[in-house]
Design a protein around this ligand. Structure first.
Ligand code: AR6
Length: 179
């Protein structure tokens, strides 16, 4: 599924984000930036040690990455030239600012992308795995935040790469709701 927002494309596909050919891919990291399971583990495995080295240098320079913030490293062995690491919130019922923090993670990833003049970005479904954010609501926040950002500032393409068919359906439904 694909829509256009001004001159930007917003695309939803099913797949493995480590194989995406966008200029940057976004990692659903944790504050340590030292890797983990899920999509984070997959990105570090596929991209090789250069990514971890760059993450360690960032932590040495500026400390851990707070929830909602984003940093950029080279993509190492990935097709993508860059990895933007952002930290989504852990869902703990919805009364701890989780929605705003998730929107912040999406927004700040695009801020970092624009600073690097990156023209295409692929996102996974941040926080909806190990961090247990309910995916229906996460999809609405993700798509709404990215759409708002693209309306202000165009980019060639933002792609969501959903790992399984049911996640893709949730995102497709959320995108159709607002069209
Ligand atoms: N491509 C696309 N999506 C994927 C891939 C892949 N290769 N692998 C998994 N997913 P999660 P979180 C999906 O748990 O909830 C890590 O340990 C997965 O199906 O990766 O933000 C970090 O280090 C799910 O839909 O991220 C943190 O500690 C989505 O990616 C913590 O998990 C996100 O699931 C972050 O938790």
């Amino acid at each position: 599924m694909e829509i256009t927002i001004g001159t930007s494309r917003l695309v939803l596909v099913q797949g493995d984000i480590t194989r995406a050919d966008t200029e940057a891919i976004v990692n659903a990291a944790n504050a340590s930036l030292l890797g983990g399971g899920g999509v984070d583990g997959a990105i570090h495995r596929a991209g090789g040690p250069k990514i971890l080295e760059a993450c360690k240098a960032i932590v040495a320079r500026q400390g851990r990455c707070p929830t909602g913030e984003a940093v950029v490293t080279p993509g190492g062995d990935l097709k993508a030239k860059y990895v933007i690491h952002t930290v989504g919130p852990v869902w703990s019922g919805g009364n701890r600012g989780e929605r705003e923090l998730l929107a912040k993670a999406y927004r700040n990833s695009l801020v970092v992308a624009r600073q690097k003049k990156i023209r295409s970005v692929a996102y996974p479904s941040i926080s909806t795995g190990a961090y247990r954010f309910p995916i229906e609501e996460a999809a609405r926040i993700a798509l709404g935040t990215v759409r708002d950002s693209l309306e202000e500032n165009a980019m060639a393409e933002v792609r969501f790469v959903l790992f399984c068919a049911s996640d893709l359906r949730v995102y497709e439904n959320a995108l159709s709701e607002r069209n």
